[in-house]
Design a protein around this ligand. Structure first.
Ligand SMILES: Cc1cc2nc3c(=O)[nH]c(=O)nc-3n(C[C@H](O)[C@H](O)[C@H](O)COP(=O)(O)OP(=O)(O)OC[C@H]3O[C@@H](n4cnc5c(N)ncnc54)[C@H](O)[C@@H]3O)c2cc1C
Length: 213
């Protein structure tokens, strides 16, 4: 469970005006258990995602009970006071290619990492910046998109891989398979490998003649 302040009404970040966001990651078995959580009180199954207002009151009541049983009282109180808690299954996505002629995929459309790495926004922003750089260098051409794909594919695949590893690590702990570790030990086992974020190589200088489309 994590919680953090976010902007309030009118994007205000002034004290007293901010809202509080929380996320509780919970492992759910695929199949019947997940299907039940995505089924509303009328028995309609929403496999592609259930709207907040449609989450069954039974699941919300069970979530609040679990919060009382498992979490610090402050977090249990937040779960209690949140009028419309919602749930989202977490999937990750790896694209085998992200450039197709004059079309490129960016951000979540290209790769989705589990939230443990907290990189969804940064990854999408980096994609956009690298794509801009490639187009600046090579023009609005398929060659620029291909170069973009070469630069981003391994980085983004690495991010998804990292998130999978962290997810598996956390799940193992929740299942009680892991022994208690010191903070140093956890850092050693989970901290980011800086080589993932080495500066990208410069773009080739042989510029094709290209006009922006
Ligand atoms: C609950 C939640 C919490 C998250 N928390 C974090 C966090 O703390 N930190 C973090 O880094 N990331 C977080 N993420 C992930 C992050 O939001 C995404 O990774 C990021 O927004 C991806 O950016 P994007 O531009 O690729 O896609 P999006 O932000 O999804 O933008 C896609 C846009 O396209 C629009 N669109 C869709 N279809 C069409 C269409 N046919 N025509 C026109 N427009 C269309 C959509 O309305 C949307 O505005 C969170 C995600 C969720 C769901």
């Amino acid at each position: 469970m994590i919680g953090y302040p976010v902007a309030g009404a009118d994007d205000s970040v002034a004290r007293g005006q901010r809202r509080w966001n929380f996320v509780w990651y919970r492992p759910v078995a695929p199949g019947a258990e997940l299907a039940a959580m995505l089924t509303d009180a009328d028995g309609v199954h929403h496999p592609d995602g259930i709207a907040p207002q449609q989450v069954s009151w039974r699941h919300i009541a069970a979530m609040r009970q679990a919060a009382r049983d498992k979490l610090a009282p402050q977090f249990a109180e937040i779960a209690e006071k949140t009028a419309v808690p919602f749930l989202q299954p977490i999937y990750d996505l790896v694209s085998t290619d992200i450039a197709f002629g004059r079309v490129a995929l960016l951000g979540d459309a290209a790769f989705v990492a589990r939230p443990h790495v907290g990189m969804g926004v940064a990854k999408a922003g980096d994609d956009a910046m690298v794509l801009t750089r490639c187009i600046d260098e090579l023009g609005a051409t398929p060659a620029a998109l291909r170069r973009y794909a070469q630069l981003r594919q391994p980085v983004c695949a690495g991010v998804v891989q990292r998130a999978r590893r962290l997810g598996a690590y956390m799940e193992a702990q929740q299942r009680g398979a892991a022994v208690m570790r010191s903070a140093d030990e956890v850092m050693r086992q989970t901290a980011i490998d800086p080589s993932l974020f080495e500066p990208e190589p410069p773009i080739e200088t042989s510029k094709p003649q290209a006009a922006r489309a």
